[in-house]
Each structure stands twice: as C-alpha cells, then as structure tokens.
Design a protein around this ligand. Structure first.
Ligand SMILES: Cc1cc2nc3c(=O)[nH]c(=O)nc-3n(C[C@H](O)[C@H](O)[C@H](O)COP(=O)(O)OP(=O)(O)OC[C@H]3O[C@@H](n4cnc5c(N)ncnc54)[C@H](O)[C@@H]3O)c2cc1C
Length: 303
C-alpha cells in the first residue's frame, strides 16, 4: 500500500488523497496536495512528524491559508492542516488557544471578557499558528506582544514549550522558531473597559472593510512595509493600481493587495508580483520584500 495507505489507515476520513488546496486558502488558488491530513491531537501531530521523517516525505503545514500562494502544480508529500485543532480557554487575564483556532476568535473572546491588548488585531483572517509563525499584527499591535509562551513540536517530534523571551519576534518574522509546528499558545492580557474594547473592535473591523478589497479572494498584503514607508503607497505612486496578469489584479481599492478576480492562477499572481517589484524598484529604488509565502514549485525564480 505504501505510505499513502499507512497515512489513510492512521487518519481515516481525515486523510484526503489528491486533495484540491485552493479551497484551503483565502486566495482560492493552488493545485492539489498529494495528501492532506487534519490531525486533531498532539499525539497525532507527533505520530505524523515521526512518520514523514521515517518516510523522507516533505511536510507542509497549513493554517487557514490566508498568507500563502500555493503553486498550481500543488504540493508533494503531506500537507497537514491545523483546522481541526480548535480550542480556546481563559483563566483570569490569561487566554490560551490551540493553533487552528481563528486569531479573530481569540480577539473576540478577549473583548467579551473585557481583556485588553488584542482588540486591534480584529479581522486578521488567520489561525493562531499562522499568526505565531509571522508575528501577524496590525495598528501597532502584534501577536507576540502579550504572549507568555507557546507549545510546539520540534523536528525530532518532541513537544517543547518556549516562553516569549526564548524567541525573537520582529516585524512579520520571528527568529528562533525554525522547524517548529505550533500546537497552542498562551497570552496574558490586561483588564480593560469592555465598552471601549468593543468600540475599538467595531472601528477596527470597519476600517478594514473600508480600506481592504474584502469582496475578492486575496492573501492580504503582498509585501512587507519597507522601512519608513508603505508598499501600497509606493505601488500606487508608480501607477500600478489595476495592473493585471490573467485574472490576478493589483487591487484598485488597496494597492498593497493582489486580488483574484475569479480563476486566477498562482502563476498569474507570481508574474504580477514580479512586474510590481520590477516597476517599483525601477521608479523608486525600493526592493519590496514579499510578505506572502509561496509554497511549491514555480516556473519563475521568485524574490
Ligand atoms: C484580507 C486579509 C487581511 C489580512 N490582514 C493582515 C494583517 O492586518 N496583519 C497581518 O499580519 N496579516 C494579515 N493577513 C495575512 C494573514 O491573515 C496572516 O499572516 C495570518 O497570520 C496567517 O495565518 P494562517 O493561519 O492563514 O496561515 P497560513 O497562510 O495557513 O500559513 C502561513 C505560514 O504559517 C505556517 N503555519 C501555519 N500554521 C502553523 C503552525 N501551526 N505551525 C507552524 N507553522 C504554521 C505555514 O506553514 C505558512 O508558512 C491578512 C490576510 C487577508 C486575506
């Protein structure tokens, strides 16, 4: 039966072969996974990590797929989704959540409990694990600001717990987390005024809806903010709003986003990214750095 048989035997209905990945992403783009599994427990993650190591298979972790560009040719080996790793608990001013929990559900819970520190993260459509991976943030607030610790699986399939001061979170990156699969995290928030927190959450969600092209599938900001500037300002100043390749377009509403007008391919997106980077570099001298994460094999060499 080979490795696919073993994987199916272990995960049963939670193992899909030749599984389309586009529905697993907010961009609605990407080919199929050779195999896609949905572990539900630490024990299943530990088993999976040992298994792929023994078999020499590539393993790709997916959260809610809101920061990735998955190649049209799909992903070989095993793709493991955290979608079924959901859970959210509170204890006084502490909140803990499993990696597949929507970050926005953690924010909503904090606001409901009158705990402050998360409200400006309202509306980020990723999971806790994806947010820990890149230190997702908005409006001067980021995932690691209030973090106490996280639990993860290391490359040897050992469960490790790290406190915040054992890693180095930065702007949309974290040093010291290579090879970890996040399982859960714990934060310490501060007491706040529930009414005020609710107002901030409402205003934050409204600001996002006003500025961002939420009516189209996308993966959020394409590029990181260059020092002292905004990628969207530079792209707009270069007259690139509305530029398209195939069905992928630089959003006319927010130049920092590329949207899928319906039927865009990953190759369309990558070509468009290359054009935008080239034009911005030529006109302004700024080399934009990708925030979104390409997964799989692409025809062109990408930044
Ligand atoms: C409309 C829109 C608005 C957005 N706004 C913001 C914003 O304001 N600020 C911001 O920072 N981002 C924003 N994003 C991007 C995205 O939501 C965040 O980067 C989010 O943290 C990604 O989480 P995810 O679960 O979707 O990760 P995925 O896209 O599934 O994965 C991203 C990366 O994290 C890794 N990963 C995921 N889970 C785990 C895990 N458990 N362990 C180890 N690695 C893991 C994946 O392998 C991949 O490399 C936006 C996206 C959209 C579509």
């Amino acid at each position: 039966m080979g490795w696919k048989g073993d994987l199916t035997a272990r995960f049963q209905a939670r193992c899909l072969l030749a599984a389309p990945l586009a529905p697993e992403t907010t961009f609605k783009i990407g080919g199929a996974a050779e195999s896609l599994v949905f572990p539900v427990s630490d024990e299943e993650w530990t088993w999976l990590r040992s298994f792929v190591r023994r078999q020499g298979l590539p393993l790709t972790i997916l959260g809610l797929g809101s920061n990735v560009i998955i190649s049209d040719s799909g992903l070989a080996g095993v793709v493991a989704s955290t979608r079924r790793m959901k859970g959210l608990d509170s204890d006084g001013s502490r909140l803990s959540a499993q990696s597949g929990t929507a970050l926005d559900a953690v924010v909503a819970k904090a606001v409901d409990l009158g705990l402050s520190g998360f409200e400006k993260l309202s509306g980020i459509p990723g999971s806790v694990g994806g947010a820990l991976q890149i230190n997702a943030g908005a409006f001067e607030t980021a995932t690691y600001d209030r973090l106490l610790s996280f639990t993860a699986l290391d490359e040897q399939a050992q469960i490790v717990r790290r406190s915040k001061n054992e890693v180095r979170p930065g702007y949309r990156k974290v040093d010291g987390i290579d090879g970890l699969i996040f399982l859960r995290a714990q934060w310490e928030l501060a007491a706040g005024d529930p009414g005020l927190l609710r107002d901030i959450r409402t205003a934050t969600l409204a600001a996002r809806a006003a500025k961002q092209p939420l009516e189209y599938p996308s993966a959020g900001s394409v590029f990181k903010r260059p020092p002292g500037d905004y990628a969207s300002r530079l792209i707009d100043a270069c007259g690139l709003k509305g530029l398209s390749v195939g069905r992928a377009q630089v959003s006319v509403k927010h130049a920092g986003f590329i949207v899928n007008l319906g039927g865009a391919t990953a190759q369309d997106v990558m070509r468009l990214i290359a054009q935008v980077r080239g034009a911005v570099r030529k006109k302004t001298g700024v080399a934009l750095e990708l925030e979104q994460i390409p997964l799989g094999i692409f025809q062109e060499n990408m930044p």
